[in-house]
Design a protein around this ligand. Structure first.
Ligand SMILES: Cc1cc2nc3c(=O)[nH]c(=O)nc-3n(C[C@H](O)[C@H](O)[C@H](O)COP(=O)(O)OP(=O)(O)OC[C@H]3O[C@@H](n4cnc5c(N)ncnc54)[C@H](O)[C@@H]3O)c2cc1C
Length: 472
């Protein structure tokens, strides 16, 4: 790969820059990639329009804290307008982009409006993937948006409330069983936080149930948790999870979810367990705009629907059209595509700001090069793992670094202060104060016995059901 990329032959960007109007950069998506691109164009002679279907930037790495009552949604969200308030060359628009035409250089919003661009940047990220079992989404919610986190919170706390009222021991046990599907960083963080909640925070709050008896089962299809991490950190993570009371099952796949009956497959063995709450942390696929990009430009998509981009993040054949962050498949560094992380998206955003500036000045650009400063996953209070290249850290030191890195990258100063205060409070009191159940109070499925069962008392099919329930 050559070190520099030539400026497009026709240099339309440089031409538009020399015209009367400033070059118009349209950024779709105000996540890490889009926001950092907009910020890196601060003070430059370009007009930027940043469009997001939400009016806020969301710090997704802390969503699991919202789901488990540790933080409020507002603590990890920053209004995009406020973040970019000082940046006079940026206009923020709220709207969902549903179409684009790279030939006439327009994008189309859901409300029918079209917006012309000179350079287009698409950073709309990813959404959950249920591997062809999309109907599981209702039973096993994932965690990607504020709504997802609030729905998880609702189900988690509702399950404890329902268990407190439940007289039947078997159904009470099911209500106090939580299954987290997927042992990557999100699944590990969720399972650890759930264990702390059930075995610590809630211990003295109920009268009929012992929350310490809550079972938290973390399922991973591969042979270890945190598969992208070095094996020794996977071992440490597993130990920390087990110390918190999480049952970790590796090489285990979920093959069916039917109400509260979860079917698992481990090697040739099939088994069923009863669980009142199933949380999904197993897979992601590209947001729908990826498909639109492919249809309009002929760009290739990978299996997850991510757009295969050039080494300057442009879409092949369209030098003024870029895709970055989770939606991009970047295969120009190392033997594997870059991971979908906030760090990659932020660095790509900063890089793209430079690319646009250089192209407008008719200068050559170098390919994007990701600087990997390491990755971290938190398991609970005082427990985390950090892969910092040569240094592999676990336990309290890793947790300490994790806390400060996450606070540092929260976008607004107000958020940093709030989260720091909350964390200090939670740390010393072990409290999780944001345990609100909002929305409706229905459980995801019926826990009442079917009518025949209710009439017959302890029924004929109950023992059968018990037989299928594996011990966990
Ligand atoms: C639970 C969770 C935990 C994570 N933890 C970590 C972590 O610890 N460390 C780490 O590095 N990474 C972590 N990540 C990954 C990280 O959050 C992503 O890699 C990062 O957010 C990707 O940035 P992005 O800009 O590509 O997309 P996003 O940040 O997802 O932003 C996409 C934006 O596009 C908007 N959008 C989508 N479609 C449209 C449309 N059609 N029109 C207009 N706007 C649209 C969305 O509203 C959103 O604001 C985590 C992710 C999750 C879900």
């Amino acid at each position: 790969m050559s070190d520099t990329l030539s400026t497009p032959q026709l240099s339309p960007m440089a031409q538009s820059y020399k015209g009367a109007q400033p070059h118009h950069v349209v950024i779709v998506g105000g996540g890490f990639g889009g926001l950092y691109t907009a910020k890196s164009l601060k003070g430059k002679n370009v007009q930027v329009t940043l469009i997001d279907k939400r009016n806020f930037h969301l710090f997704q790495p802390l969503l699991y804290q919202v789901a488990t009552g540790g933080l409020s949604a507002g603590d990890i969200s920053s209004p995009l307008r406020a973040v970019l308030r000082e940046q006079q060359n940026v206009q923020v628009l709220m709207g969902e982009v549903i179409g684009l035409d790279p030939d006439s250089q327009h994008i189309e919003l859901k409300d029918g409006e079209t917006i012309a661009y000179d350079s287009l940047i698409v950073a709309t990220g990813v959404k959950h993937h249920y591997f062809g079992k999309e109907h599981w989404a209702d039973i096993a919610p994932g965690i990607k948006t504020v709504e997802d986190a609030l729905e998880m919170r609702r189900r988690i706390f509702l399950a404890f409330e329902a268990a407190e009222k439940e007289a039947d021991p078997q159904r009470r046990k099911a209500l106090q069983t939580f299954v987290v599907v997927g042992g990557g960083p999100t699944g590990v963080e969720l399972a650890g936080a759930l264990a702390e909640l059930a075995h610590g925070t809630l211990k003295h709050d109920f009268r009929n149930i012992d929350t310490a008896q809550t079972q938290i089962l973390l399922l991973e299809g591969m042979d270890r948790v945190l598969p992208p991490y070095p094996p020794e950190l996977s071992v440490e993570a597993r130990k920390s999870l087990e110390a918190l009371g999480v049952t970790v099952r590796t090489s285990t796949l979920v093959t069916n979810i039917d109400g509260d009956v979860i079917t698992l497959k481990c090697g040739d063995q099939q088994e069923q367990i009863l669980a009142g709450t199933v949380l999904w942390a197993a897979g992601m696929q590209a947001s729908p705009l990826g498909k639109v990009v492919a249809e309009k430009t002929g760009a290739e998509l990978d299996r997850a629907g991510r757009v295969m981009v050039e080494s300057d993040l442009s879409v092949p054949g369209y030098p003024n059209f870029y895709v970055l962050g989770d939606l991009a498949h970047y295969a120009h560094q190392g033997d594997r595509p870059l991971p979908g992380t906030a760090a990659v998206a932020m660095q790509q955003g900063e890089y793209l700001g430079k690319v646009i500036r250089k192209r407008l000045a008719d200068q050559a650009v170098v390919p994007f090069q990701y600087k990997d400063y390491g990755s971290m996953a938190v398991i609970g209070r005082n427990a985390a793992v950090a892969n910092l290249g040569l240094a592999k850290i676990s336990g309290f030191p890793a947790w300490f670094i994790w806390v400060f890195v996450h606070i540092y990258y929260l976008i607004e100063f107000d958020n940093k202060l709030l989260v720091m205060t909350q964390w200090a409070w939670n740390y010393f009191t072990r409290k999780r104060g944001v345990r609100l159940i909002t929305g409706d109070d229905d459980l995801p499925f019926e826990t009442e016995p079917p009518e025949s069962e209710a009439q017959d008392g302890p029924t004929a099919n109950q023992p059968e059901k018990q037989q299928t329930v594996a011990k966990i």
